[in-house]
Design a binder for this molecule. Sequence first.
Ligand SMILES: [Zn+2]
Length: 54
Amino acid sequence: MLGLRYFVCERCDSVHSGLEEPAACARCAAVAFAELPAGTGADAYFTRGLRGDR
Ligand SMILES: [Zn+2]
């Protein structure tokens, strides 16, 4: 919607959303991320960890 992108930490699987890849994972400080392709279930993946948010 706003061009948000999703990045999954390769160490702890924490999902970060943003316009750019984070410099480091907020949870474990790893710097390796796998970007989730836009429009391929990224939203579902992201909200899975935020069940009940809406
Ligand atoms: Zn991490």
